[in-house]
Design a protein around this ligand. Sequence first.
Ligand SMILES: Nc1ncnc2c1ncn2[C@@H]1O[C@H](COP(=O)(O)OP(=O)(O)OP(=O)(O)O)[C@@H](O)[C@H]1O
Ligand SMILES: O=P(O)(O)OC[C@H]1O[C@H](OP(=O)(O)OP(=O)(O)O)[C@H](O)[C@@H]1O
Ligand SMILES: O=C(O)c1cccnc1
Length: 476
Amino acid sequence: MRNNTLLTDLYQLTMAQGYFEKEKCEEAVFDLFYRRNPCGHGYSIFAGLNQVIEFIENINYSEEDLEYLAEQGFNKGFLDYLRDFEFEGDITAVPEGSVVFPHEPLIKVKAPVLQAQLLETSLLNIVNHQSLIATKAARIATAAKDRSVLEFGLRRSHGPDAGYYGARAAVIGGCEGTSNVLAGKDFGVKISGTHAHSWVMTFDTELEAFRTYARNFPNSCILLVDTYDTLESGVPNAIKVFEELQEKGIDPDLYGIRLDSGDLAYLSKEARKMLDEAGFEDAVIAASSSLDEEIITSLDMQDDEIDVFGVGTKLITSSSCPAFGAVYKLSSYAGRPKIKISDNVEKITNPGDKNLLRIYENKDRKIIADMMTLQEESFSEKEELELFDPRDTWKTTSLASESYKIRRMHEQIYSRGEMVYDLPEVKEIKEYCQSEKETLWEEYKRLINPHIMKVNLSHNLYNLKQKLLQKNGVKA
Ligand SMILES: Nc1ncnc2c1ncn2[C@@H]1O[C@H](COP(=O)(O)OP(=O)(O)OP(=O)(O)O)[C@@H](O)[C@H]1O
Ligand SMILES: O=P(O)(O)OC[C@H]1O[C@H](OP(=O)(O)OP(=O)(O)O)[C@H](O)[C@@H]1O
Ligand SMILES: O=C(O)c1cccnc1
């Protein structure tokens, strides 16, 4: 396994040495958050937490790394510190697979500043990638409604890691399985697939190609029917092979066809009729060919007969929105809340050591709003709760006591350097993610112009922010 300890930006190490030299080891709090949902989506899916933990657990500056850093001019004392580096701080995070919204702290790192700073690049690198792909997968799965989506993108992903972790994230976000064998093996998720055009082309006839495939894989036999002529040759040959299986008394678990070109809606409807007329009502129709949520929505409007969508390039590269944009910002140092000012209001940070609360309607467990609070604040469901918009503060909502439920979104991952979290399997994260989506009203899930979830600040946090803004000469 590659040692990723140096997979960071140089400035993290130069700052770390600076802190080391100045013996500046006060506690810092950093929030990892993002500012906008990808593709104009109504929410995002937080993914990558297990890999964040794996990264921290495996931090190890080898002698070779230290020699390299010495050549770059780092000090011996600092390098000796790195040789024995162990993370000593606290980390809390929302569980992987959670539905999340802009500006919410997804991960909170509280540690001696040198240590907290050293984690920045790797944490962002991991979370930015997986959250982006998980969110794109959620969009595609929404468009597919109750039909399955398979992740087919490895060949066109941005290198091996993007394919491997992208498959993991895609499955968390809503894909039923992946064609990526290593991801399937390592993450315990379903792998599936069909065959390529080359398979058909190496045989003298399409029929012979289908027969041979069916002989090899009678129980999972999806035949690619568009190599020559989908309706004139591909589908009739597939039907012939299914009849032959039937004559042999073979009742496959999964069989059917895959369409990979042409008018997928039209071809699926024609193919469905032909398969049904031949008595193969349970034959599956899969389709692929540069699919994404927009094309799937359009196919749906055309009353397509596709059961399974194979989605590659546009999912694994999140081509419509290629970056998640999460950042890692200091919110407190030496017990004092810190704020980053910007002319762009969206970029002003929320100061202080914070908590993220989610407020659900009592009766149907749908999300009403999220609220960031200061760490020390506590709230009781037995009391009325007033929520207000942090921008348009006159917009308020009062929730009657006992009409809502509060959930603290963060779980403890590290406590004083010790990993205290039970890592869930990808299958569990996937199920949790599905249940998370069910906590959203449909209005937040639509693909275009969704409702914007309210992410409120508590009165105390709002007041602290105003105070720091004023102190920095910003008029509220
Ligand atoms: N009925 C349809 N409605 C909307 N989009 C469709 C429909 N059928 C296919 N598409 C999409 O149109 C695009 C067609 O791509 P392209 O021009 O490469 O054609 P193709 O049929 O796949 O050809 P090729 O033989 O080169 O593979 C794909 O993104 C495909 O998903
Ligand atoms: O279109 P995507 O969403 O990326 O989905 C994956 C594509 O990859 C394969 O094509 P490719 O041309 O690579 O191989 P093939 O010869 O097996 O069709 C497959 O047939 C799909 O068309
Ligand atoms: O199994 C398939 O059909 C497949 C796998 C990867 C890419 N395209 C198709």
